[in-house]
Design a protein around this ligand. Structure first.
Ligand SMILES: [Zn+2]
Length: 398
């Protein structure tokens, strides 16, 4: 079985996943085994099509060394993001290149119907990409999850999703192993890998909800319900609007993609404004696009958009500075729709956030905008998480 790789082989694949192609001597340094042992492992991995020679290193005299990379044409991984009401599905190669993506809406579907719909799409992908062997799937999910058994306990924005054993149901429906992880943690993993981060950091995922992933002492702190760092439902305005969670003045009522778009619609209707910028924003197909357009208009000093974005960024800065004051990390990564925030708004958020912090923390804090901003990030991170799980099955930490 290819998914029961011996310890050394799994370590080599892990190394190639995290560090990219490597020459024999680099792998020898990383694995600290003898040349014949390493040679046997590389041969085994070549024969089972996990790796292949992809070229030769620059010669420093003598015969140039072979460079090994992950074999891109045999194994594939599924990443599935439960966006609720939508689902995003990607098929990736071992080196995390997207081979295909499917995005579909399941408005009004029950959890069981969602599982059947995912299985039907996966079956279509399996037929279209029959040259690949799909090793398994990572599922990125919002809400509270029992990480032990992969059961969704509760999703705030989708009340029918309660106590649903999604991992078991998907495994049966797909006939593949599945791992389940919080959607924002999946996004944070991609960023961590892209930047090669080892230090403690907070990653803020600004998607349909707002959650901070807490990477502390080289692992993600998830809490007992897989959802630690959920700042979207921390209260930032006692007198504010009623949130979908039933409380009043949660961060998400002011700063989320949805609330920014809703506030725009409301204020446009109330004020009867209808300039060219407003018409363009109204013509956006989806909320992500609309959020970006509102942010761009705010950057260009459109009064209505500037006011909406200022309220959102101030509320976000308040919640984030409280979190940073408590956790006291020196690196904050802003991801999701925040990754594409225009420069002027970044400065606005930066200033507001630092203003709320003790000067020592403010002085040391580095704010980084996520380099990975595509809407596929959570699904990609889920596929990556599945691969790490697979490679750790024999006790190797991937
Ligand atoms: Zn709330």
């Amino acid at each position: 079985m290819q998914n029961n790789l011996p310890h050394l082989e799994a370590f080599i694949v892990s190394h190639l996943v995290s560090s990219g192609p490597a020459a024999f001597k680099d792998l020898k340094t990383a694995t600290r085994v003898s040349s014949p042992t390493l040679m046997r492992a590389l041969q085994n991995l070549s024969e089972t099509k996990w790796i292949s020679p992809i070229g030769r290193a620059k010669s420093t005299g003598g015969r140039p060394a072979t460079v090994y990379g992950l074999e891109a044409s045999v194994y594939a991984l599924l990443g599935i993001q439960l966006e609720l009401p939508g689902v995003r599905l990607v098929l990736t190669s071992l080196e995390q290149k997207i081979l295909t993506r499917i995005v579909f809406s399941l408005q009004g579907y029950s959890p069981s119907e969602v599982v059947s719909a995912i299985a039907s799409k996966v079956s279509r992908v399996q037929k279209e990409y029959s040259q690949y062997r799909i090793l398994g799937a990572g599922l990125a999910t919002p809400g509270y999850v029992d990480s032990e058994n992969g059961e969704i306990l509760f999703v705030g924005r989708a009340p029918t999703w309660q106590n649903f054993p999604i991992k078991d149901r998907l495994q049966v429906a797909l006939g593949l192993p599945v791992v389940v992880e919080n959607d924002i943690d999946c996004m944070a993993r991609v960023e961590q890998r892209t930047l090669g981060l080892k230090t403690d950091f907070l990653y803020v995922g600004f998607i349909e909800g707002i959650k901070a992933s807490l990477y502390l002492r080289e692992q993600f702190y998830k809490g007992p319900y897989g959802n630690a760092g959920l700042i979207g439902h921390t209260i930032v305005d006692r007198e504010g609007q009623v949130c979908r969670c039933g409380k009043r003045g949660c961060l998400e009522t002011i700063a989320s993609i949805q609330s920014v778009c809703d506030r725009f619609d409301r204020q446009v209707q109330e004020s009867q404004q209808n300039d060219e910028t407003i018409r363009q924003i109204k013509s956006c197909d989806d909320n992500w696009q609309k959020f970006r357009a509102i942010a761009q208009a705010a950057e260009s000093k459109h009064p209505l958009c500037a006011e909406i974005m200022a309220a959102a960024l101030n509320a976000l800065a308040l919640a984030l500075s409280n979190l940073i004051s408590i956790v006291q990390v020196n690196l904050l990564v802003l991801g999701g729709a925040l990754g594409a925030l225009p420069m002027g708004l970044r400065e606005q958020l930066d200033k507001e956030l630092r203003k709320n912090l003790p000067s020592l923390l403010s002085h040391r804090l580095i704010i980084h905008y996520a380099s990975a901003t595509s809407e596929d990030i959570a699904a990609l991170g889920a596929a990556q998480q599945f691969l790490q799980y697979l490679l750790s099955m024999d006790g190797v930490s991937a």
